[in-house]
Design a protein around this ligand. Structure first.
Ligand SMILES: [Zn+2]
Length: 477
């Protein structure tokens, strides 16, 4: 996030959204153009590379029905995944960080379970199987389940797996690799001076995370040997630098062409684009606050709370504003306040890098969302007209066309038939369709009342009371 002007927020977020979109296209493209199937005849000739290193085994990868199978031990050990084998049931349990995967020999059905989440069933294209006395598993599935990205290099007949998170991660400790543009190094007095400023700034970031509401205080570590200088554009560097021995890449740029921010997915990088100006230099306190904000995105997939707010003049329905709780995830500069939703998001990750960004936040909704309408003395009132006006991410505006309309039932309740936030909307920020709703109720006596239903508050309800429905209550007056 850049502090130049308010509009910069939108620019940055658009970048983030479009990056996700580009990523989706790329992965989709690989699936279609990777054409594993065309190489079915060359199965004895495939090699597998993980983070630039060849995986060697006495058992070779095998192509079957167009799917690459690899020996289980080799792939899981390389990814830092713990494996348990249950002979009697022929089942494999693979675990890393907060995730367990259960597969069985000859079974196409696999199960994935993240801590505190319901188990998910996954259908494999090809079941795990025993070939030449070794257990083989589908490579793409197991790699991607544990945070790896898989590509196929047709010319070299090579499967390339990249992981951006090191397999030996310690919970709550996050290692940083930092790159600095040449021009920045020059402007700030050379590499030695820059080294020192970066180490000091990361210490300040750590102080920003001092809050007892975290299960454990997050700790970011950087060593002098992990700070390097590079030529060229900071954004390009953020999206292209391998950092398989560090959880996060942090790129310093005091002369950026555009906005910076957090790049998730396979990048796991913060582009700290910070021109010297009214908000100070990239090593000063405002910039440090900005970094704390970006690291909260990194370790908790935290929401940009400013994206949920609504300006009064952009609300033509009720004319009121919506202000989020004070937070480092709203306007971070000079604020070290942590809001409850951000803390819950970070705690949920348990101190490990997030494995499944597309689902991580989108999963945190109550099963049931409902609106209850009461009369002046608190009795349930049926037949109240209810309208949901949506707020798009980063729009800060109420859309004047409701997405949903209904009447409360005999018990005064309207139970929404589906989650209006539309979780798992791929390509939307945090894979969630809407950021907020203005809820309007119109009583049979003509009285109208309004309330907000922001994503963070609905999710907070789920974090605190996972089994209970979310209920927005209105009382006529
Ligand atoms: Zn942000």
């Amino acid at each position: 996030m850049l502090p130049i002007s308010v509009t910069n927020k939108y620019i940055l977020k658009r970048c983030r959204t479009s990056m996700l979109f580009i990523l989706c296209i790329l992965l989709g493209g690989i699936m279609f153009t990777g054409t594993f199937s065309k190489l079915a005849l060359a199965y004895d000739n495939i090699s597998v590379e993980l983070n630039g290193q060849s995986l060697i085994s006495e058992h070779l990868p095998i192509l079957k029905d167009g799917i690459t199978l690899v020996p289980l031990r080799v792939i899981f050990e390389s990814l830092g995944v713990e494996v348990k084998w249950e002979e009697s049931t022929k089942t494999i349990t693979a675990s890393r960080w907060q995730r367990n995967i259960l597969m069985a020999i000859g079974q196409e059905q696999a199960y994935m379970q993240d801590k505190d989440q319901p188990q998910r069933q996954i259908k494999l294209n090809i079941p795990p199987q025993i070939i030449n006395n070794a257990t083989y598993v589908p490579l793409r599935f197991v790699s991607e389940s544990f945070g790896g990205k898989v590509e196929w290099n047709a010319q070299q007949r090579k499967v390339i797996i990249r992981t951006q998170s090191p397999p030996d991660a310690n919970p709550w400790e996050y290692r940083i690799l930092a790159g600095v543009t040449e021009k920045t190094v020059e402007a700030f007095g050379g590499m030695d001076a820059v080294n020192e400023m970066i180490v000091k700034q990361i210490e300040a970031v750590n102080r920003g995370f001092q809050n007892n509401a975290f299960i454990e205080i997050p700790r970011f570590t950087i060593r002098h040997e992990d700070i390097y200088q590079f030529e060229g554009d900071g954004r390009t560097e953020s999206l292209n630098k391998f950092h398989s021995k560090h959880e996060y890449l942090l790129i310093y740029d005091a002369f950026p062409e555009g906005g910076g921010g957090w790049y998730g997915g396979e990048y796991q990088a913060i582009y700290h684009a910070w021109p010297t100006g009214v908000f100070g230099t990239l090593f000063e306190s405002n910039a440090t606050d900005g970094l704390v904000h970006e690291f909260a995105h990194a370790i908790g997939n935290a929401l940009d709370l400013y994206a949920i707010s609504v300006d009064a003049e952009r609300n033509l329905i009720s004319g009121t504003e919506y202000k989020v709780a004070q937070s480092i995830m709203d306007y971070p500069y000079g604020e070290t306040v942590w809001d409850d939703h951000t803390i819950a998001s970070i705690n949920k990750a348990g101190g490990y890098p997030i494995q499944d960004e597309e689902r991580y936040t989108a999963e945190q909704f109550p099963e049931i969302i409902e609106v209850l309408t009461l009369d002046r003395v608190g009795r349930p009132t049926p037949n109240v007209k209810i309208r949901l006006y949506p707020v798009h991410w980063f729009g800060n505006e109420v859309v004047s066309e409701p997405i949903s309309m209904a009447h409360s039932g005999v018990n005064g309740v309207w139970k929404l038939e589906k989650n209006p936030f539309e979780p798992f909307s791929i390509g939307k920020p945090w894979s969630i369709g809407y950021a907020n709703f203005l809820v309007e109720v119109e009583y049979p006596n003509g009285n109208k009342h309004y309330n907000w239903m922001p994503v963070d508050q609905v999710q907070l309800h789920r974090y605190r009371l996972p089994d209970q429905s979310y209920r927005l209550t209105f009382r006529d007056s």
